[in-house]
Design a protein around this ligand. Structure first.
Ligand SMILES: Nc1ncnc2c1ncn2[C@@H]1O[C@H](COP(=O)(O)OP(=O)(O)OP(=O)(O)O)[C@@H](O)[C@H]1O
Ligand SMILES: [Mg+2]
Length: 225
């Protein structure tokens, strides 16, 4: 089991009251699974992704990631878990504009305390995995959107995380670059990666093994895609 959520709720303060955005979410992710969570705008997808990725903490409920009880972890432990066990892919890539592809990909290893020669070697290998071995010296403004997303995916996998977490990974891409990113995810899944992808796009969700639905903060389903 990669992660297990039980009765997870998330409230945001709204003026003097609290607004419940996630209602008693239960979620299990097994090793090697490829899961998509679909839902309309405002349904709570990014809120849930932030909780799964330990970027934010639930208001109530139980959350275990690997052997860790997330509700009891300090911010330092969560930061280390985010760095080493979760690879993040965002709609807007989140690359550093002044760094070339190789240095962007190597960045999580730098934060993780890996030595320079090994950082470069592993970043180059991750870029080869995403088919960008000939673009290592290019900065984000010298790459297409689809190439930027592949750099971001290389950065997400360079630390060999337990979970690849993607929020609308094709949202900023044209359909052919989006397909290339989905083919890359399929290849990573085939090689053993566990992937959780959030999307509002039915065709994109169709690439996953399993699709769950979120509506008004309630998660349901789990039918084979
Ligand atoms: N920081 C916040 N404070 C208060 N309310 C918030 C906050 N963040 C999100 N919300 C509310 O929570 C609900 C879910 O937002 P969320 O960003 O998770 O939606 P989403 O499903 O990711 O939507 P989209 O597809 O548009 O990205 C929305 O009603 C939003 O207004
Ligand atoms: Mg969102």
């Amino acid at each position: 089991m990669i992660l297990q959520m039980r009765d997870i709720c998330k409230d945001y303060p709204m003026g003097k009251t609290m607004n419940r955005v996630l209602h008693n979410v239960n979620l299990d992710v097994e090793e090697g699974e490829y899961l998509a969570i679909m839902g309309p705008s405002g349904s709570g997808k990014s809120t849930l992704m932030n909780l799964i990725g330990c970027l934010d903490v639930p208001t109530s409920g139980e959350y275990h990631f690997g052997d860790k009880d997330i509700m009891k972890c300090s911010e330092n432990v969560l930061a280390d878990l985010r760095n080493k066990q979760i690879g993040f892919v965002f709609q807007s890539f989140h690359l550093l504009p002044k760094l070339n592809a190789l240095d962007n990909v190597a960045l999580p290893l730098l934060y993780g305390g890996v030595k320079k020669a090994e950082r470069r070697e592993r970043a180059a290998e991750a870029l080869r995995t995403v088919g960008l071995e000939d673009r290592m010296e290019y900065r984000p403004d010298q790459l297409s959107g689809g190439q930027c997303q592949r750099v971001a995916i290389a950065r997400a996998i360079v630390g060999k995380p337990k979970l690849l977490l993607a929020d609308e990974p094709t949202g900023a891409l044209d359909s052919s670059s989006g397909r290339a990113v989905m083919e890359l995810f399929a290849q990573l899944h085939e090689a053993g990666s566990t992937i959780l992808m959030i999307t509002h796009d039915r065709d994109i969700a169709g690439y996953a093994q399993t699709v769950k639905y979120i509506r008004d903060g309630v998660l349901s389903g789990g039918d084979e895609a």
